[in-house]
Every structure is written in C-alpha cells, then in structure tokens.
Design a protein around this ligand. Structure first.
Ligand code: SF4
Length: 398
C-alpha cells in the first residue's frame, strides 16, 4: 500500500499549485510531453550522469534527499520512501505545503480524477463525506492533469463527491479525456440524480468512445434507497436519470453496496433490475469501505459477509442466468461460498489494498482482493482463514 502523498522539500517558489510529469529516460525519449511540464528524475544514476540531458529546459529535478543543490532550476527532494514517486507519475506541488501529492500513478489500477467534494446525497456509508465548498477550480486542474497522463492508460475513474455537480464542467473534463486519452476507458461514479434533466443527459451523447456511468441503486423501493442515501426523492430522480442516460446512448453499471438493510431486500432488487432496467450492462455488488460516514453507522450497516453467502449466490445466479453481468467487489474469498469465487474481483485499488496476518500462507492470496488498508476488527469477518492448496478447487472451476 503506497500512500498518495509524501513529505518533500523544494528549492523554487512555485507561485500556484503545479502539476508535473515525472520523467525518466523513457519519457524523455518518447517526446510526448513538453519538457517544461516535466520533473527530471535524477535519482536514477544514468539520468544524473548525463549533463547534456540536465541542461534541457525541464520544469525541475527530482533528487535524492541528501543531494546537494547543483542545478540552476528547481529541485524537489522527496523525503522518506522513494518508491512513492516513480517515472511516469504526475505529481502536484502546492505552495506552502511540505508534501508532494501523487495525482496519477503509472500502472495503478485505481487512478481517479477527483471532481468535487460536494454532493447532493448524504449516504450512510459514504467513504468521502461531502463538504460544501466552492471547488469549480478543479475543472481546469483536471483538464491539465489529463494532458499529463500516459496515452496508453487503460482506465480512469472520475469520482467525488458527485461529479455531475460540476455541471457542464464534467463534460469539459470528459471531452478533454476524449481529446487526450481516446483509448482510455472512463468510468464516472455518479448518483445519477442530475440526469433526470434529459437535456443534461443528452449532452454526454457520443462524448467519449469508451465511457461508463457507475450509478448506485440500493433497493427496489423508494423508502430503502432514500434512507440509505439520506435524501428524500433520490430513488425517483435516480431512476429517471438511469432511463435518460440509456436514452442518451450511455453505458451503465449499477453499483450496490452490501449493507445490512440492502441485503434484506437484495433478491427483490435483483428482480427489479432484471424487469425494469435490463439495459444495465454490469451489476457490481460491493462490500462496504469502512471509512468516512460508515464508521459512525457500523451497527446499522455491518453484516458479516460470511452471513451473506446464500443470498449473494441466489442473486448472482439469478442475474447471470438472465444474461446480466455480475461482479462481487471488496469481499475476501474465504468469506464466500466457492460457487461465488468466479464472480469475485480484485477490486480494491493498489494504494488502498492490504492483507491481514491470517492471509500468510493462503494459497488464494494472489486471486483474493484482500482488505481496505483501514479495516478494523469490527469490520472483519469471523470467517477469515487461509485457504490451503488442498481446499482450493478454484482451478477446476475457472
Ligand atoms: S485468508 Fe486472506 S488472502 Fe486468503 S482468501 Fe481470506 S482474505 Fe483472502
């Protein structure tokens, strides 16, 4: 689990937050990004030994903590674990801060364009509690960031908060992705409520060649959904939004966080999805991330995954037998019946993912998604136990 920021010190006075691509010899040779937007990584001996390379107009140099100042332009010294920043990453230097932030990590499975801290829902298990702040400045920052991301990046998420609160700013960001990253799959996490405005939904038609909307639906009945998102009227708005997105030619995934109240009606929700939203292309059934508001609502939300098995199996089989794609996210394999293992994905982003001491010696560790780094005993299943090679019959199933 590598953190997304680290202590650093730098010699120049950057007057405003500045995004820079970290460059090794590979980035220099590729010539894709302007030198003025790159931080030459001099921690590698081969780059440090080339004086002609160092004379080029880089934005600055990334140096070892103990390096003496020797270049005319700005030096950034990363303190502590040097693996936090590597060539290809995009970092943000913020004036007045003693930390450098990683805004894009090459090779990570969980890169996110963070759209806004604001939200129009207030979900009981929200992992990123919203704040009512004016942060429309993020639109320009995200467009700038997109221009520094690797052109062959397989996928990016856009999340928040609620990204549609950026209004037309969200289409600006996605359009920028279409221009700079047409090969990259864009996955926007939205509560879908704003799309009840058909004109807004239509504004995304054809905007990017590979775009999916991940929209949560927590029940087949308005009372349950509105309770989970703590917002009266949200169920009706989200449904109207889902139909409007479909009419606008969008790809849609429904996301269901598996809290105790949701589990009580999960089979009803599955039938509802099949009958009323058959155009949904993927259904993600997800374990709760134990952070943010979820921590304050543990008793209302927590259900041990070991007690979900038969309901999850019935639900997954009901949907998949009817041609609807289903995945299980954030659920350790040892808590699930073997028949569910083919549905389970390693869904937790690399920088958040972690294993417990009990996982040592488990023969399925490479296939299991493990835990969020901030998991605590009260959010840990009683069923966690290493799976031995003798028990592991997954090869026969896959
Ligand atoms: S013991 Fe750990 S690695 Fe093995 S299945 Fe359980 S949670 Fe996953």
């Amino acid at each position: 689990m590598l953190p997304l920021e680290a202590k650093a010190r730098w010699s120049a006075n950057w007057s405003k937050p500045t995004l820079l691509k970290v460059a090794g010899l590979e980035e220099f040779a590729a010539g894709v990004f302007p030198l003025e937007r790159m931080l030459l990584d001099l921690r590698a001996p081969e780059a440090a030994s080339s004086s002609s390379l160092c004379d080029l107009p880089w934005a600055g140099y990334l140096v070892n903590e103990d390096s003496a100042s020797q270049y005319s332009r700005s030096e950034v010294a990363l303190l502590g674990d040097q693996a936090v920043i590597r060539p290809g990453d995009v970092v943000e230097i913020r004036p007045g801060s003693s930390k450098i932030a990683v805004r894009y990590r090459r090779g990570d499975n969980g890169n996110v364009l963070f759209a806004t801290e604001r939200c129009n829902s207030f979900c009981l298990m929200c992992s990123q509690p919203p704040r009512e702040v004016e942060d429309s400045w993020r639109i320009d920052q995200l467009c700038d960031l997109v221009g520094l991301i690797d052109k062959d990046e397989p996928s990016l998420a856009i999340s928040g908060g609620e990204p549609t609160l950026l209004g037309t700013g969200l289409s600006q960001v996605i359009q920028r992705c279409a221009d700079a990253l047409p090969q990259t799959h864009i996955h926007v996490l939205s509560n879908g409520r704003k799309f009840e405005d058909r004109v807004y939904a239509d504004s995304f038609t054809g905007i990017h060649p590979s775009l999916t909307w991940g929209v949560p639906l927590y029940g087949d009945h308005y009372r349950l959904h509105d309770y989970i998102v703590q917002s009266p009227g949200a169920f009706a708005q989200t449904l109207r939004g889902l139909y409007a997105l479909h009419a606008a030619g969008q790809h849609i995934e429904v996301r269901v966080v598996l809290t105790k109240p949701v589990m009580e009606r999960l089979p009803d929700l599955a039938r509802y999805l099949y009958r009323n939203l058959p155009f949904v292309e993927h259904i993600a059934l997800m374990g709760t991330e134990p952070i943010g508001f979820a921590k304050a609502h543990h008793d209302e939300l927590w259900m041990d995954p070991a007690d979900m098995g038969s309901t999850l199996l019935d639900t997954a089989q009901f949907l998949s037998r009817r041609g609807m794609a289903v995945s299980l996210y954030n659920l350790p394999l040892c808590t699930l019946p073997e028949d569910l293992w083919p549905f389970a994905r390693r869904s937790i982003s690399n920088w958040k993912q972690h294993y417990l001491p009990a996982c040592d010696g488990c023969s399925l560790r490479d296939q299991c998604g493990g835990f969020f780094g901030w998991v605590t005993p009260e959010w840990t299943s009683r069923a966690i136990a290493p799976i031995t090679a003798k028990e592991d019959r997954s090869c026969a199933k896959h």
